[in-house]
Design a protein around this ligand. Sequence first.
Ligand SMILES: [Zn+2]
Length: 273
Amino acid sequence: MVITESLKHQEVLGLKFGYAPIGRPQLWVYIYFIDGLLIDTGQRRASKQILENTENLAVDQIFITHHHEDHTGNIRAMQEKHSCEVFGSEKCSQIMKNPPGISTAQWLVWGNRDAYDHIQPISETLKTNKHHFQIIPIPGHSPDMVALYEPQQKWLFSADLFINSYIGYFLEGESMRDQIESTKRILELDFDIMFCAHNPQLTDAKSSLKRKMDFLESFFEQVATLHNKGYSDRQIFKSLKLKEDHFVKFLSGGQLSKINMVRSVVSDIERKP
Ligand SMILES: [Zn+2]
């Protein structure tokens, strides 16, 4: 089942897509359209709906925030439909030439995406007729991820930086330290609205992001303290009375888990104490 919904906030159109093999979707992806610019292309599983719902939009450029399959599932189809250029960060452009594989669970929920070797790397700014967006690297969730910031309107297109104030699991390879650094940098900006790719914050955006940073910082500190005392990852997990969401872990084929959050901190420390 595919469900499509939309939101309109100021000039920004958000289109929300969810797919589930059975029953009502639990996971959603937003793509945003503003002044000829389409931000991300959604998941392959909702291809038909995404193409139909964007058919009448005057898309003259596409920007990809990062290489994950729920953002890059329809690049080629959208580019062909609108005959426009596709932009992204230098790293995203490189990764998309030969993107990493995905788990069965990701394949089930989002679908895969094809390699795409025509993302034009840009940094610093992206212009539309009426707006100037600053391109801000926000590594952590993925190394290539960037946000788009429109200072006049105080809009932040935050890709997957926020998701929620509390996070219960990480993908393998995410860096919590980088996420904290990226979040700190973003909190220095003056923004009112956070167009998150999964959970837009139209009010109190900054305090929601601040809460997330407090959560990440305190988690990092607690894990670091125990790790420095010589505890193993499992002992840290137990001492902090963390509980694994086995359903999520199972659904993601082991890719998403809470133990990954502990491991992320430990590998951040080992990389650079
Ligand atoms: Zn992502």
